[in-house]
Design a protein around this ligand. Sequence first.
Ligand code: MCN
Length: 814
Amino acid sequence: STADHSVADDGKFFGKPIPREEDTRLLSGQGRYLDDLGHNALIAAFVRSPHAHARIIDIDIDQALEVPGVHAIYTYEDLLADTPEMAENLPLLIPHPGIIAPRNGYPLAKDEVKHVGEAIAMVVADNRYIAEDACAKIDVTYEALKPVVGIDVARTADNAVHADVPDNVAAHLQHGFGDLDAELAAAPHRLTLDLEIERSASMPMEGKGVYARWDGDENTLTFWTSTQTSTSARAAIAARLGMALNKVHCIAPDVGGGFGVKIVHPWPEEVMITWAARRLGQAGISCEVKWVEDRREHFISSAHERGQIQKVDIGFDDDGRLLAFDFTFWHDNGAYLPYGIIVMINTATQVLGPYKPKSFRVNAYSLYTNTVIVTPYRGAGRPQAVFAMERSMDAIAKYLNKDKIAVREANFIRPEDMPYDFGLMFQDGRPLIYDTGDYQAGIDKLKKLIDWDGFPEYQRKARAEGRSVGIGIGAYVEGTGPGPYEGAHVVVETSGKVKAATGLTTQGQGHQTAFAQIVADDLGVKVSDVEIVTGDTRRFGYAVGTFASRGAVMSGSAFHVAAQMVAEKAKKIASGILDLPETDLELREGHVCKIGAEAGVEGTSVPLSVVAVLSNPLRYAFDRESKLATGFAKTDTDMSKPPIPEGEQPGLEATGYYSPPSSTFASGVHAAIVETDPVTAEITVRRYVVIHDCGNVINPRIVEGQVMGAVAQGIGGALYERIVYDEHGQMLNASYMDFLMPFVTEMPDSLEMDHTVTPSGLNPLGMKGAGEAGVIPTSAVIAAAIEDAEGISITSMPISPSELFELRLAHAGS
Ligand code: MCN
């Protein structure tokens, strides 16, 4: 890192590993998270279903209403009595032709509950203690129904999650290319694999939470929510509450992690809290209501992902070249379908990774189960896809007794093939075309860094010492930065400081720093002079949101577009002041100056703050801030009009949007060396190496942090984390006592990283996304390394020491 990042040595910040501006605030306890807000608000708590599947016969709230300090108790009946909109199903956010049977729940359960944790009633009280006490006094009578738990049961069960969806199939998707059946039949070699990735969930430090403020004087609603999509949450709440969009505002305060679980909107709780604030307030009376999810609620009622059962049928030639890749998988959908089938589509469309088989077919089924809903979790279907493909590559290598890397190289899409068109549709509804990428360059770097050629000797020596070590690799390609658009507003204040806003939200990705780097470069100011505002609809109302590793590509590009517009305007105004043509001017060191001239020298340069003062229609002689900053106002007395060029609008500000033609494809290759204990079967990751390509990098320090964090999450997913339901649909590990997460002690002794750079031509700065990359191949890589260490085939992840031990026993017995 650079010690002093206030001025970049070459005047540019893009590409520099400067420390994250926001960290001082966040790491010293000055963050403002949801629960730091609304100290005077009424507090809500929910009655949640203890059954995985049951009919609601009766809800008796009489005793609960008598608890002192209770202000209101609501059930579905109250929604029904309100407006038709309030009583509607929660929406299906992303429709897709593959969805056969979209089914969604209600803000509060109507007449049936379909997973443990589903909200049935809400109590609003003076504080959480009272609210919880009252919840305990609400008496719900259920008629238990048979639950459908797990993919196998959903596939074969004679009972259904939704009575009108008897086969439990929410969606089916089939696509492919080439004559797969003929290629399979004619292939010199053929293998089948049965694979499984278990259900898991993102575990942000901060759970969900909503705080709503109804302003009875203005009849407006403002709500704060720990979300990844504040603009869409606002639109969803305005629609449901029947309010005009301009009367509703949504703010994502500091958000303590999202990782996908906070994408869906509106949550049932967002609907209920905002509605209750308005209902308990009404015209002339203001009211605030707040709910903060506890950890148990996060486990049993937020969202999960990952669970998939897969079947692969492959045909290949003597070189390991894939002639046919036939992939069928069943995806655990949970009880409802609020977000659509993006996770399943991601698996289906990104399973090919960096490879080009001669023929390909995928059959994907999304199955309803009586469990918590499934929405994207970092990687969103890609870790499962990579598991299927990379386990196949390893199986081919083993079968042919060939080097694992050689088999992969035989199948790589080459730089000269780019842009590579698969003839398929991608999840964004546009053709699946890889824009750029050099997978061979990545694997060459990886081979060197992990000492691939030296490993067999190391392994032999370790074995001689009674140690069991193994190496695994995995490659992936990841569609990032999907559209359709993102916008930004950039304004140079009269102080010369810059305020820049995007509707995109932030959950810890370092956006303040990275976006400021882009704006600072365009406006020739310091990073610390740029304030970035995210996720506040009062500041920027229209956006898509933070997911699919789209922040850098989408909002980064939008900031660039807007800042360039501001820079052009600044040059126009400065041209009049300096009497120089605009084409001779540049923005540098807080000034607009003649190209090559020293900043700060009168006659050839003018401070940006002065340009801002001149361009702003306020009575600048009285603007103390600008007077202090520039000394300018004391000499100027003409208040009649702002001295800006004719035809220009006042204000040194601009709004810019960026809309890409399609997603851009990042990629990477990972390798791991693991050691397994011969006695206890404990699995330790010794080394982990990442070669990553996200095109041009704004801030390598941030990207490395993102990738390393995601690798840690991937190691969690490979060795520790899973959601366990029993056959009754009760979650058996709904607390951190039982749900294992890795500590720093479970991280590899060494985690090394290097980059290849294949810039994207699809956005002005050549970027690709980075936020999910690290987690994508981790399970596949670690499975391969364990397999190499043990000589036992690994087909299901995560894997615990006891499971490995069982596999050893089975293997020894076979
Ligand atoms: N970046 C960069 N150069 C690039 C690409 C990215 O410097 N070529 C920087 C970006 O400026 C940004 C960070 O890397 O600061 C991640 O950028 P990007 O890949 O665009 O991802 P997003 O900003 O869209 O963030 C979303 C992504 C996703 S999808 C998940 S899930 C995730 C992740 O980011 N959740 C996170 N990282 C997370 N990190 C934290 N701390 N918390 C989460 O919840």
